[in-house]
Design a protein around this ligand. Structure first.
Ligand code: MF3
Ligand code: CO
Ligand code: CO
Length: 308
């Protein structure tokens, strides 16, 4: 016969096994689930998770794997539409034709165009030509040879937002067009390459500002990248200028856009009467590229991946 096992529950007067140093009867005996919690559980249960800390300190929502899958699918739809738009771009196309196409393709896929009626925005996509920095409203403007045109698409698929944009050449690019599009594209590429767990938001801004300014271009300050996924614009704000080593520490599960707007001349801007269209003060060209980026355990993943 086996020896009877020793009593597992402590006696009323023995030291409580939770580590408090008190007698069991005045400690865990009267607590809800009776059994004394071990010291490890007691200590660790008081430490907020990273997800809880980022929510509380910064209002940043770290995304769960199923949410990341949802954003990635929305991003894949976005890129399908973007590729088709690229093939339509030619002199003679009206910016409203881009809107009609993006709207219909989005709806056809069972998604919603996030820009439509967002804070009163009247169309389903932003189309920004030449000196328009961002938030151009599609309309009767006709694209002509030598223009540059930015198309910024944001579908909501099954509740998940993905946000990306690209600047295209219309017909044959001018030297100024080639220059500003190249600097904007390279700015986003360099910014993305800084992303990883332990790096900082300021590293992103620094990568953009130091490169763009070294090329004699300027960085728009009034518009910023942003957390995205469960809403159009979430925390954090992602500045496109700043200092290396400053700002919030990036951790896995963060999802945000990087979307530098780079000007050939002054960074100063004004917004037109329509309350949306942002244009350069000097009328010089502005270009932009945007992707939705996930911070992973080892670095980054674009949820709207295209070659830069
Ligand atoms: N897609 C833009 C961004 O990158 C936001 C456009 S807001 C709109 O954040 F209302 F103009 F659509
Ligand atoms: Co954005
Ligand atoms: Co966008």
């Amino acid at each position: 016969m086996r020896q009877q096992s020793r009593q597992i529950m402590p006696g009323r007067n023995s030291l409580c096994s939770c580590g408090s140093g008190k007698k069991y009867k005045v400690c865990c005996m009267n607590k809800e689930n009776k059994a004394p919690s071990n010291l490890f559980t007691q200590l660790t249960s008081k430490i907020p998770t990273l997800k809880e800390q980022y929510k509380k300190k910064f209002d940043i929502v770290l995304k769960e794997p199923h949410q990341i899958d949802g954003i990635r699918k929305s991003g894949s739809l976005l890129l399908d539409i973007m590729d088709k738009v690229e093939n339509m771009i030619r002199p003679g196309l009206k910016t409203d034709d881009i809107n009609t196409f993006v709207h219909e393709e989005t709806i056809k896929a069972g998604a919603i165009p996030a820009p439509l009626n967002y804070r009163g925005f009247p169309k389903s996509v932003c189309v920004s030509v030449n000196e328009v920095i961002c938030h151009g409203i599609p309309g009767d403007l006709v694209l002509k040879d030598g223009d540059i045109v930015n198309v910024d698409i944001t579908p909501i698929l099954n509740g998940y937002y993905a946000d990306a944009n690209k600047t295209f050449f219309v017909g044959n690019p001018t030297d100024d067009g080639k220059k500003i599009v190249s600097v904007a594209r390279e700015s986003l590429k360099r910014a993305i390459e800084t992303v990883g767990p332990g790096s900082r938001l300021g590293d992103i801004g620094w990568a953009i500002q130091s490169y763009a300014e070294s090329q004699g271009c300027s960085v728009v300050r009034e518009f910023v990248g942003h957390g995205v996924g469960l809403n159009f614009h979430e925390q954090p704000q992602v500045l496109h200028f700043g200092k290396k080593g400053k700002g919030v520490i990036l951790v896995p599960g963060m999802v945000f856009t990087i979307e530098p707007m780079i000007n050939l001349g002054t960074r100063k801007l004004h917004v037109l009467e329509d309350k949306w269209t942002a244009v350069t003060d000097d009328g010089a060209l502005s270009a932009q590229f945007e992707q939705t980026i996930l911070v992973t355990e080892t670095g980054w993943e674009s949820l709207t991946p295209y070659e830069l």
